[in-house]
Design a protein around this ligand. Sequence first.
Ligand code: KG4
Ligand code: ZN
Length: 357
Amino acid sequence: MLGIETSCDETAASVVRLTPGAPVAVLSSVVLSQTAEHAPYGGVVPEIAARAHVESIDAIVGRALADAGVTPAALDGVAATAGPGLVGGVMVGLSFGKAMALALGKPLIAVNHLEGHALSARLTADIPYPFLLLLVSGGHCQLLEVAGVGACTRLGSTIDDAAGEAFDKIGGALGLPYPAGPALERLAAGGDESRYPLPRALLGRAGCDFSFSGLKTAAARLAATMTGDTDRRDLAAAVQAAIARQLTDRTERAMSVYDSAHGGGQRRFVVAGGVAANGAVRKALETLATRRGFSFSAPPLAYCTDNAAMIALAGAERLALGLTDPLDVVARPRWPLDEAAARLNPTHIAGRKGAKA
Ligand code: KG4
Ligand code: ZN
């Protein structure tokens, strides 16, 4: 299966082989990051992203096929991200995938980017369904019960910002380059996390939702007044601790919900998305999983952040179930993984266009 990913600021292509009863084989995974092009603006500029995808998509797909040693004729299908994401970018990858599928006479699979993240841990480890997933990235923060492709139930979601967005905005206010998560983690090392009391929204509250906007605003305001290195280090440590604390508090609630649905069996917990790269976050979640009797897995870093191998895997699993898409399938900037949950919970309806993810 060829996978194509262009929903944000990475142009990516990958070839994955799925054989029943055997481990997944990632034959190639090429990721071209546009970080340098967006860095001067402190965030991803949609128009710059879409143009950069157009300029490199054919070379990146060509390299993924060459690295895998696979001819287009040997593919069983073409999978492309069809949303959610920046629609200009999504259209580039999806149109490219449609053209290849049409020219080759192979099936097209339109993949939800979030389903790719949800399955990413299965690229390198044998993790049977169902499992509990925390997806925590720059654009998303949600807890899902993953029972298979097309079978994700959302247990909770952020009601405002994603955790990665909080890392990026606060890091930006501290003068760190975008994306600021990794730099904030380095700055936090050795800092005193108890020096600055920060808002800890929703802690101990019912439900599994997240909220990071209060923390983001309070910390960014404090950061703007700081000049000393010790102050900045202590604030970074406090921010990291507050984010880790909220992620574990909400995840523990989701573990209880998951347990009541599965009677305490099949206790598997997976964390995916760019923020899973944070050592403090990872350690706090692993400690929680051990305490609650859940196995803990996180995909390797290359598959935590945006990549096309996870899109190819979702496409291959879908094709194995006979789930393919017509060539007139549309790019969707907003596409919740669990549409029923998104409709039922109006707090997640972001803006007049409806739920984002
Ligand atoms: O999954 P991803 O590559 O892109 C999407 O948002 O879909 O995640 C990127 C996010 C950024 O917000 C980045 O700052 C954050 O993950 N991130 C981190 C770390 N590494 C990446 N946040 C905190 N600590 C890190 N070490
Ligand atoms: Zn992503």
